[in-house]
Design a binder for this molecule. Sequence first.
Ligand SMILES: Cc1cc2nc3c(=O)[nH]c(=O)nc-3n(C[C@H](O)[C@H](O)[C@H](O)COP(=O)(O)O)c2cc1C
Length: 328
Amino acid sequence: MNELWSNGRDMPLFLAPMAGITDWVFRLLCEEQGADIATTEMISAQGLVTAKKANNAYRLLARRAPFEKPLLVQLFGADPYWIGEAARAVSAAGRFAGIDLNMGCPARKVTGSGSGSALMRDERLAGRIIHAAVAAGGLPVSVKMRLGWDEEHENAVTLARIAESEGASFVTVHGRTTVQQYSGQADWEKIALVRRAVSIPVVANGDIAGGESAREALRATGCAGLAVGRAALGDPWVFSRIRAGLQGQEMAAPTLSERLQMARRHAYLMRISRDERTALLEMRKFFAWYIKGVPGAASVRARITTAADFEEVDACLRELEDRRGDEQ
Ligand SMILES: Cc1cc2nc3c(=O)[nH]c(=O)nc-3n(C[C@H](O)[C@H](O)[C@H](O)COP(=O)(O)O)c2cc1C
């Protein structure tokens, strides 16, 4: 794998793009725990280019902290023209390692306009889109896809071949179909079929949640990298546990006080990167993830969801900590 993409690692660990989640704050926390490369949330190619400069939300999504590791910008869209223009803009910004093309999002508001995983149903257009991003020059391009639209139309092998022939640097495959959304199990054996079909690197994605599943996914797919999404929610340490697992070591899960410490730091970074109200609203789900599975957390979680400010949240966290303190 090209040095730029792998960040110099033999088996790079990617933080998978997650809309509403993978802003610079979350990326930073995951990178500190061992994620090698991250991707922005998906950004509309046309929006990135055309939205008014003064309040261009898309530019905000593409914000990168100067101390971050290599960052890919994920674009979605169904028009090769806008993809090309957006790729040029991202390249000109000079702060990004590459462009990732979203061909895997199953959300109807994305597929309805022919973007995301709808592109897997139109291989010709998908090829033109990859071509446009590559032809824009400047940055390496990757494609993130699913196995196919549904069980009868699993064409990840074909799409990966198209990506390779259009000049993509690597592909990431989530081992589910669009129709499956997030149900069932990711099928790593089918990712292996893609891996065998192309000579560009293939990154495996889906249900990798710790050292053991990472080893299993690697054994099943033989992939060149692993991408982790949901397992990192409330648990950025998953990357260090995976890295340890790949080296045949076991690493203990974080303690409650480590989790709460991470939650507080996450909140602090949120508060310096947004206005107070937005930070509070956005942090709610993260707080819930940080205390997931902690006995007695349910009532605290409910109170956090309605907390009026961060002081109230902190009181809830302290209460949880005090209650559980003896058991740490
Ligand atoms: C809340 C959420 C938001 C997501 N947003 C994106 C996105 O913007 N672009 C994308 O390609 N995939 C997106 N995904 C899919 C993930 O990148 C990943 O492919 C999927 O969650 C499977 O990996 P996992 O089992 O490790 O979570 C999203 C997933 C979740 C749960």
